[in-house]
Design a protein around this ligand. Sequence first.
Ligand code: ATP
Ligand code: MG
Length: 389
Amino acid sequence: MKEIILIKNGELALKGLNRTTFEEILIKNLRRRLTPLGEIEIRRAQSTIYIEPVADGFPFEEALDRVGRVFGIAAYSRACVAEKDMGDILQKSADYLKPMLAKVKTFKVEAKRADKQFPHPSPEICREVGGALLAANGHLKVDVHNPDLTVMVEVRDFGAYIHGEQRTGAGGLPVGTAGRAAILISGGIDSPVAAWMMAKRGLSLNAIHFASPPYTSPRAEQKVRDLLARVARYSGTIRLAIVPFTEIQEEIGKHCPEDFFTLIMRRMMMQVATRLAKDRNCPALITGESLGQVASQTLPALAVTDVATDLPVLRPLIGMDKEEIIEISRKIDTFDISIQPFEDCCTVFTPRHPKTRPTLEQCLATEAGLDKEPLIERAVAGTEFSYID
Ligand code: ATP
Ligand code: MG
């Protein structure tokens, strides 16, 4: 029996005029994720995408797993293909669904006749298929209100499709449809979640990580790569910039009052990140900040970090509790990596009494001892790039 993957577009069906572009980007993203598994053909019609393997032995379950992580998809299913002929539909329904029906007690049939040329209306398809399935599976009962399994029969442009379960897609918008932005990624719990959330809104990602060897170890960098690899399963390839941050931190340590360390460090991060983002045509930065979570994330602290860049700073976690953030990090499989104990550059230079109500004037005064411009230029010049996917 021939099988395909049927994909229902998500929010992008609402995009009116842009719909074609959105679908094309979604198809390109799907192709990138799925072609490593085997040759496929992709077709689309009426807000539905059809993925058809060219040869036998296609790893459907692995493919479904990947489809489940592609943004812009509302629902998807593995389906059997039948002729647009009632006899063939009845025969294939009985054969294809047998193993699934063996595991349940009640079912119902839903039919969708998208091809209005098909002579049998939906209620008739339901009735006929329901009857055939009851006849072939003695233990079954119909339950239209609360069935264990809902069987779908869809008569569409290219054929009829039968499937037993529809899975919920990752939602959001196809990556790339919203442009791109640079995520400031630490090894913590929050920033990978922030990256995932913005990829979900259609941004493709660049990543910037500040490393302070020898205070931070190569293991900490590897941790960031591992985290990004998990995010990339959703977002696609991420270009990573690793910025040498030691000199800046040491200079801050020498020339600034301790209670301002974190703030000045974050303002310097913003300035270096802004240069790198602009070099890569990223018109926005993303951080994992959440209001009030730590001293550097109070409103006055965020205000002085904000003015260190002229790019918009997207902070998708700003209104979330730690518990809510952790829930997502578990869902996207970054949590276990995030909690590995490697020092981050922020934790190395943490002041004992961080300033929680800084003003810009105070920051500028405390930064006066830093020769900022050459420091920023050297950090940018020493940055190393790689690709994560
Ligand atoms: P996270 O869990 O993301 O590390 P956090 O709660 O530990 O966040 P901070 O350490 O104050 O918070 O960092 C706030 C944000 O600053 C991070 O979410 C991240 O976007 C950015 N950031 C912090 N450290 C780094 C770093 N070493 N490299 C790049 N960005 C960083
Ligand atoms: Mg951190």
